[in-house]
Write a new protein. Structure first.
Ligand SMILES: Cc1cc2nc3c(=O)[nH]c(=O)nc-3n(C[C@H](O)[C@H](O)[C@H](O)COP(=O)(O)O)c2cc1C
Length: 86
């Protein structure tokens, strides 16, 4: 997997589905390779039932970043998304 150069960015949003209660290995591989140290980062999911908070706790322990509140974008309105982005 080719990892983009994110050095010029301060804020990184990571979007993911949830499969069988967790994020797919491809997303973990991305997190293993990308350096989020010192960056503001947040995860949003498109999951149906599993809340992203569960995943966020795991990610926060494993990967260093200034983690912000996670968000489930499934059925979110434009207003929900704008509020979260603030
Ligand atoms: C194999 C599989 C397992 C899934 N497991 C979960 C799950 O444990 N919790 C959940 O809320 N959604 C689950 N979903 C729903 C996906 O999170 C949802 O379909 C996806 O985020 C929507 O994005 P997509 O259009 O890329 O599939 C699962 C979907 C698939 C295909």
């Amino acid at each position: 997997m080719e990892i983009p150069d994110i050095s010029a960015y301060d804020r990184i949003l990571i979007g993911s589905p949830i499969w069988c209660g967790t994020i797919p290995n491809a997303v973990f591989s991305f997190l293993d390779k990308v350096n989020l140290n010192g960056k503001k980062a947040a995860i949003f999911t498109t999951s149906v039932a599993t809340e992203p908070q569960k995943i966020a706790v795991k990610i926060k322990k494993k990967y260093s970043a200034k983690w912000c509140r996670p968000f489930n974008a499934n059925h979110a309105t434009d207003e929900n998304i704008t509020d979260w982005l603030k």
